[in-house]
Design a protein around this ligand. Sequence first.
Ligand SMILES: NC(=O)c1ccc[n+]([C@@H]2O[C@H](COP(=O)([O-])OP(=O)(O)OC[C@H]3O[C@@H](n4cnc5c(N)ncnc54)[C@H](OP(=O)(O)O)[C@@H]3O)[C@@H](O)[C@H]2O)c1
Length: 318
Amino acid sequence: MWLCLVCGVILLALGWVVRDRQKISSVKDKYVLITGCDTGFGNLLAKTLDKRGFRVLAGCLTQRGADDLQRSCSSRLQTTLLDVTDNGSIQKAMEWAKAEVGEKGLWGLVNNAGRSTPIGPTEWLRMEDYHKVLSVNLTGLIEVTLSFIPLVKRAKGRIVNTASVMGRISFAGGGYCLSKCGVESFSDSLRRDMQYSGVRVSIIEPGFFKTAMTNLEGIEKDLDRLWGRLAPDVRESYGQQYFDKYVNIQKLSMNILCDTDLTKVTWCMEHALVAKYPRTRYAAGWDAKFFWVPISYAPTLICDFMLALLLPKPAHSV
Ligand SMILES: NC(=O)c1ccc[n+]([C@@H]2O[C@H](COP(=O)([O-])OP(=O)(O)OC[C@H]3O[C@@H](n4cnc5c(N)ncnc54)[C@H](OP(=O)(O)O)[C@@H]3O)[C@@H](O)[C@H]2O)c1
């Protein structure tokens, strides 16, 4: 009985590995549009896919980012300016891509553009802080997806959405966790709605990686700004010690947690584009696989306890 069970599990695991390794027949003449290619994962993915023979349409926020990327890639890769918070910019990029891909359609849409700040204790934030992050990470991603769906459907292609482990556990106030939780939810409904169209939808859930987004200087500077604009009575209720500890925890976690190997994330994105059977979710990085994703299934009590151990207590606590 036990032997049968063990053999069954081993066979299932082997079957999964074989299935997972199957690739599409060719990437030649397959178009992939990536958002946020100026830096980080998007930039590396654009270069990797270009080397692999894909026709990359790289969306960059700045002309400088586009020029730098173009210089380091083949002439197959093309860039366009794309601000995912701007409806006009999205429509312009879509019309350009439509003309480029023609009848073939768009094989891949990789929604990668994102921003993390403002991030901090909820009481320190204003509505405009939420809008800043949500307009890029969530509503921007939704608008890009809705605009490009017809092109992806034509190719029976792939949509790859970048979420985060912070979309599974909300451990900082602000729009970031909220936006990534929204990306998970949007991608789940999109996947189910697209299942009969041949379009496959994958979610990438990276842990912590060293990119411009996790740059300590930027995070500290923004926390300083939030702290400085608080009403004196609110600031007093937290106390200077709280602020200092909060900043130190960011330092500690960014220094200890951030992985410098960005290929762990771009490998997942690439797999979602070239695998015959792309996965629904990809946990990228050891911290995501062995800590954040497992802990996200733990009872809320345990998560709350762990985060309470990590985070400081305000001066005026009950
Ligand atoms: N790094 C991590 O630890 C981590 C973990 C989980 C998930 N992620 C996600 O991974 C994705 C890529 O982030 P990254 O770590 O590679 O950081 P990154 O280097 O800062 O890349 C983000 C890119 O998005 C661009 N961008 C910002 N606002 C935009 C807008 N309105 N329209 C179009 N592009 C815009 C940025 O351009 P500029 O450089 O010109 O501002 C930048 O090129 C993001 O969705 C992020 O949330 C990152």
